[in-house]
Design a protein around this ligand. Structure first.
Ligand SMILES: *[C@@H]1O[C@H](CO)[C@@H](O)[C@H](O)[C@H]1NC(C)=O
Ligand SMILES: *[C@@H]1O[C@H](CO)[C@@H](O)[C@H](O)[C@H]1NC(C)=O
Length: 225
Protein backbone atom coordinates (compact mmCIF):
# COMPACT_ATOMS: atom_id res chain seq x y z
CA UNK A 1 0.00 0.00 0.00
CA UNK A 2 2.77 2.43 0.93
CA UNK A 3 4.65 1.56 -2.24
CA UNK A 4 1.55 2.16 -4.27
CA UNK A 5 1.08 5.57 -2.69
CA UNK A 6 4.67 6.60 -3.34
CA UNK A 7 4.38 5.55 -6.96
CA UNK A 8 1.19 7.56 -7.38
CA UNK A 9 2.85 10.63 -5.95
CA UNK A 10 5.85 10.40 -8.29
CA UNK A 11 3.61 9.96 -11.32
CA UNK A 12 1.59 12.97 -10.25
CA UNK A 13 4.77 15.03 -9.91
CA UNK A 14 5.96 14.07 -13.36
CA UNK A 15 2.68 14.66 -15.09
CA UNK A 16 1.20 17.71 -13.42
CA UNK A 17 3.18 20.89 -13.44
CA UNK A 18 0.55 23.04 -11.96
CA UNK A 19 1.08 26.48 -13.33
CA UNK A 20 -1.13 28.41 -15.61
CA UNK A 21 -0.25 32.00 -16.39
CA UNK A 22 -2.21 31.90 -19.59
CA UNK A 23 -5.52 33.75 -19.54
CA UNK A 24 -8.61 31.59 -19.49
CA UNK A 25 -10.58 31.76 -22.71
CA UNK A 26 -14.13 30.53 -23.01
CA UNK A 27 -13.30 28.43 -26.06
CA UNK A 28 -10.32 26.68 -24.46
CA UNK A 29 -10.51 22.91 -24.81
CA UNK A 30 -9.77 20.13 -22.36
CA UNK A 31 -6.72 18.95 -24.30
CA UNK A 32 -5.30 22.48 -24.47
CA UNK A 33 -5.54 22.67 -20.67
CA UNK A 34 -4.14 19.17 -20.31
CA UNK A 35 -0.95 20.04 -22.23
CA UNK A 36 -0.66 23.44 -20.58
CA UNK A 37 -0.69 21.72 -17.20
CA UNK A 38 1.59 18.89 -18.22
CA UNK A 39 4.16 20.65 -20.43
CA UNK A 40 3.60 24.31 -19.58
CA UNK A 41 2.96 25.01 -23.27
CA UNK A 42 0.90 23.84 -26.24
CA UNK A 43 2.52 23.26 -29.63
CA UNK A 44 1.21 25.49 -32.39
CA UNK A 45 -0.84 27.63 -30.02
CA UNK A 46 -0.84 31.42 -30.02
CA UNK A 47 -1.48 31.78 -26.27
CA UNK A 48 1.07 29.35 -24.88
CA UNK A 49 3.48 28.30 -27.63
CA UNK A 50 6.29 25.85 -26.87
CA UNK A 51 9.79 27.11 -27.56
CA UNK A 52 10.83 25.35 -30.77
CA UNK A 53 14.44 25.07 -29.73
CA UNK A 54 13.75 23.03 -26.61
CA UNK A 55 12.79 20.11 -28.85
CA UNK A 56 10.66 18.76 -26.05
CA UNK A 57 8.32 16.00 -26.97
CA UNK A 58 4.99 15.73 -25.29
CA UNK A 59 4.64 12.21 -24.01
CA UNK A 60 1.54 10.57 -22.71
CA UNK A 61 1.79 10.19 -18.94
CA UNK A 62 1.06 6.54 -19.60
CA UNK A 63 4.63 6.30 -20.80
CA UNK A 64 5.85 6.95 -17.27
CA UNK A 65 3.98 3.95 -15.98
CA UNK A 66 5.97 1.45 -17.99
CA UNK A 67 8.85 -0.53 -16.56
CA UNK A 68 11.91 1.75 -16.78
CA UNK A 69 14.05 -1.24 -17.83
CA UNK A 70 11.84 -1.98 -20.83
CA UNK A 71 12.90 -1.31 -24.38
CA UNK A 72 10.13 1.24 -24.82
CA UNK A 73 11.28 3.22 -21.79
CA UNK A 74 14.87 3.25 -23.01
CA UNK A 75 13.76 4.41 -26.42
CA UNK A 76 11.75 7.14 -24.73
CA UNK A 77 14.78 8.37 -22.84
CA UNK A 78 16.89 8.46 -26.00
CA UNK A 79 14.20 10.42 -27.84
CA UNK A 80 13.88 12.93 -25.04
CA UNK A 81 17.63 13.40 -24.87
CA UNK A 82 18.04 13.78 -28.64
CA UNK A 83 18.65 17.32 -29.84
CA UNK A 84 16.08 18.99 -32.07
CA UNK A 85 17.22 18.37 -35.62
CA UNK A 86 14.09 17.67 -37.58
CA UNK A 87 13.04 21.26 -38.20
CA UNK A 88 9.42 22.24 -37.92
CA UNK A 89 8.03 18.76 -38.22
CA UNK A 90 9.69 17.42 -35.10
CA UNK A 91 7.99 14.61 -33.24
CA UNK A 92 5.00 15.86 -31.30
CA UNK A 93 2.00 13.77 -30.31
CA UNK A 94 2.38 10.05 -30.89
CA UNK A 95 -0.64 7.80 -31.07
CA UNK A 96 -0.80 4.95 -28.58
CA UNK A 97 -3.82 3.08 -29.95
CA UNK A 98 -4.53 1.81 -33.49
CA UNK A 99 -5.58 4.42 -36.06
CA UNK A 100 -8.90 3.76 -37.77
CA UNK A 101 -10.66 5.21 -40.77
CA UNK A 102 -13.94 6.96 -39.96
CA UNK A 103 -17.21 6.60 -41.82
CA UNK A 104 -17.98 10.31 -42.21
CA UNK A 105 -21.38 11.96 -42.40
CA UNK A 106 -22.64 14.69 -40.09
CA UNK A 107 -19.76 15.28 -37.72
CA UNK A 108 -19.04 17.84 -35.02
CA UNK A 109 -17.70 20.28 -37.64
CA UNK A 110 -20.46 19.58 -40.15
CA UNK A 111 -20.94 17.14 -43.00
CA UNK A 112 -17.97 15.44 -44.65
CA UNK A 113 -17.59 12.62 -47.13
CA UNK A 114 -14.91 10.26 -45.83
CA UNK A 115 -14.07 8.72 -49.21
CA UNK A 116 -13.56 12.03 -51.01
CA UNK A 117 -12.19 14.37 -48.30
CA UNK A 118 -8.95 14.20 -46.33
CA UNK A 119 -9.38 15.07 -42.69
CA UNK A 120 -8.81 13.92 -39.15
CA UNK A 121 -10.93 13.08 -36.15
CA UNK A 122 -9.52 14.22 -32.79
CA UNK A 123 -10.65 13.37 -29.29
CA UNK A 124 -14.11 14.59 -28.44
CA UNK A 125 -13.57 14.12 -24.72
CA UNK A 126 -16.07 12.64 -22.39
CA UNK A 127 -19.43 13.88 -21.22
CA UNK A 128 -20.49 13.59 -17.62
CA UNK A 129 -21.19 9.85 -17.32
CA UNK A 130 -21.02 9.39 -13.59
CA UNK A 131 -19.64 11.10 -10.50
CA UNK A 132 -16.10 9.89 -11.26
CA UNK A 133 -15.73 11.78 -14.52
CA UNK A 134 -16.15 15.50 -14.99
CA UNK A 135 -16.98 16.45 -18.57
CA UNK A 136 -13.83 17.12 -20.60
CA UNK A 137 -14.03 18.60 -24.06
CA UNK A 138 -11.02 16.82 -25.61
CA UNK A 139 -9.78 18.85 -28.63
CA UNK A 140 -13.38 19.54 -29.65
CA UNK A 141 -16.89 18.53 -28.74
CA UNK A 142 -20.41 19.50 -29.72
CA UNK A 143 -20.17 22.83 -27.92
CA UNK A 144 -16.43 23.57 -28.23
CA UNK A 145 -15.84 23.70 -31.94
CA UNK A 146 -12.94 26.17 -31.97
CA UNK A 147 -10.52 23.63 -33.44
CA UNK A 148 -12.78 22.62 -36.33
CA UNK A 149 -11.09 22.95 -39.74
CA UNK A 150 -7.71 23.81 -38.25
CA UNK A 151 -4.91 22.03 -40.03
CA UNK A 152 -2.73 19.28 -38.66
CA UNK A 153 0.26 17.51 -40.11
CA UNK A 154 0.36 13.77 -39.72
CA UNK A 155 3.03 11.24 -40.57
CA UNK A 156 4.03 7.71 -39.82
CA UNK A 157 6.33 7.88 -36.79
CA UNK A 158 9.91 8.55 -37.84
CA UNK A 159 8.98 8.79 -41.54
CA UNK A 160 8.77 12.50 -42.41
CA UNK A 161 8.46 11.60 -46.10
CA UNK A 162 4.96 10.26 -45.40
CA UNK A 163 3.68 13.60 -44.06
CA UNK A 164 0.18 14.73 -45.00
CA UNK A 165 -1.72 17.88 -44.08
CA UNK A 166 -5.43 17.77 -43.37
CA UNK A 167 -8.12 19.70 -41.50
CA UNK A 168 -9.90 18.65 -38.32
CA UNK A 169 -13.33 17.46 -39.47
CA UNK A 170 -14.80 15.59 -36.54
CA UNK A 171 -14.49 14.40 -32.96
CA UNK A 172 -14.04 10.76 -31.94
CA UNK A 173 -14.49 9.19 -28.50
CA UNK A 174 -11.65 6.64 -28.88
CA UNK A 175 -13.34 4.66 -26.10
CA UNK A 176 -11.41 6.57 -23.49
CA UNK A 177 -12.31 8.95 -20.69
CA UNK A 178 -8.80 10.21 -19.97
CA UNK A 179 -6.83 13.01 -21.69
CA UNK A 180 -3.69 11.00 -21.10
CA UNK A 181 -4.93 8.69 -23.83
CA UNK A 182 -7.48 10.72 -25.79
CA UNK A 183 -5.48 13.90 -26.47
CA UNK A 184 -2.75 11.94 -28.31
CA UNK A 185 -4.92 9.97 -30.74
CA UNK A 186 -5.96 10.68 -34.28
CA UNK A 187 -8.28 8.82 -36.63
CA UNK A 188 -8.75 9.81 -40.25
CA UNK A 189 -11.03 9.82 -43.24
CA UNK A 190 -10.74 7.01 -45.79
CA UNK A 191 -9.30 9.47 -48.32
CA UNK A 192 -6.45 10.33 -45.91
CA UNK A 193 -6.07 6.71 -44.77
CA UNK A 194 -5.36 5.68 -48.38
CA UNK A 195 -2.57 8.26 -48.67
CA UNK A 196 -0.59 6.22 -46.11
CA UNK A 197 -0.49 3.22 -48.46
CA UNK A 198 -2.21 0.72 -46.20
CA UNK A 199 -1.61 -2.97 -46.86
CA UNK A 200 -4.62 -4.89 -48.24
CA UNK A 201 -5.20 -6.26 -44.73
CA UNK A 202 -5.08 -2.76 -43.17
CA UNK A 203 -7.40 -1.48 -45.90
CA UNK A 204 -9.85 -4.32 -45.29
CA UNK A 205 -9.96 -3.59 -41.54
CA UNK A 206 -9.64 0.18 -42.02
CA UNK A 207 -7.07 -0.01 -39.24
CA UNK A 208 -3.34 0.74 -39.01
CA UNK A 209 -1.70 -0.34 -35.77
CA UNK A 210 1.58 1.53 -36.43
CA UNK A 211 2.26 4.76 -34.54
CA UNK A 212 1.42 8.07 -36.15
CA UNK A 213 2.87 11.44 -35.15
CA UNK A 214 0.78 14.55 -35.58
CA UNK A 215 0.21 18.08 -34.39
CA UNK A 216 -1.56 21.28 -35.28
CA UNK A 217 0.28 23.28 -37.91
CA UNK A 218 -0.39 26.57 -36.11
CA UNK A 219 -0.08 30.01 -37.69
CA UNK A 220 -1.95 30.20 -40.99
CA UNK A 221 -3.09 26.60 -40.53
CA UNK A 222 -4.86 27.62 -37.35
CA UNK A 223 -3.64 27.82 -33.76
CA UNK A 224 -5.21 25.23 -31.48
CA UNK A 225 -7.40 26.43 -28.64
C1 LIG B 1 -19.27 10.34 -51.05
O1 LIG B 1 -18.71 10.50 -52.33
C2 LIG B 1 -18.82 9.32 -53.14
C3 LIG B 1 -18.03 9.57 -54.42
O2 LIG B 1 -18.41 10.79 -55.02
C4 LIG B 1 -20.29 9.03 -53.41
O3 LIG B 1 -20.40 7.85 -54.17
C5 LIG B 1 -20.97 8.85 -52.05
O4 LIG B 1 -22.37 8.67 -52.26
C6 LIG B 1 -20.74 10.05 -51.14
N1 LIG B 1 -21.28 9.76 -49.82
C7 LIG B 1 -22.14 10.57 -49.20
C8 LIG B 1 -22.59 10.10 -47.86
O5 LIG B 1 -22.52 11.63 -49.67
C1 LIG C 1 -17.99 19.99 -24.05
O1 LIG C 1 -17.08 20.07 -22.96
C2 LIG C 1 -17.45 20.96 -21.94
C3 LIG C 1 -16.39 20.93 -20.88
O2 LIG C 1 -15.18 21.36 -21.38
C4 LIG C 1 -18.78 20.59 -21.34
O3 LIG C 1 -19.16 21.55 -20.40
C5 LIG C 1 -19.82 20.46 -22.43
O4 LIG C 1 -21.03 19.98 -21.87
C6 LIG C 1 -19.33 19.53 -23.52
N1 LIG C 1 -20.30 19.50 -24.61
C7 LIG C 1 -20.78 18.36 -25.06
C8 LIG C 1 -21.77 18.49 -26.17
O5 LIG C 1 -20.45 17.26 -24.65
Amino acid sequence: MIHFLLLSVSIATLCVRAHDHVAERPDRTGCFDYFLQKDGCVYGSADAPCKEKTGKTSTSCNAFRIDPASEAAQKQTVLQAAPENHGRLARRYDTTIPTLAVAGGNGICGFYNSTTTSGVCLWSGEGWVDSRHEPISGWLNGTRVGNCNKHVYIQRQGQPETVQYAPVLDGCGFNTVTPDVGCFQVWMTIDLFDKFNPTPEQRRKFQIDDTFTWDFVGGEGGNPV
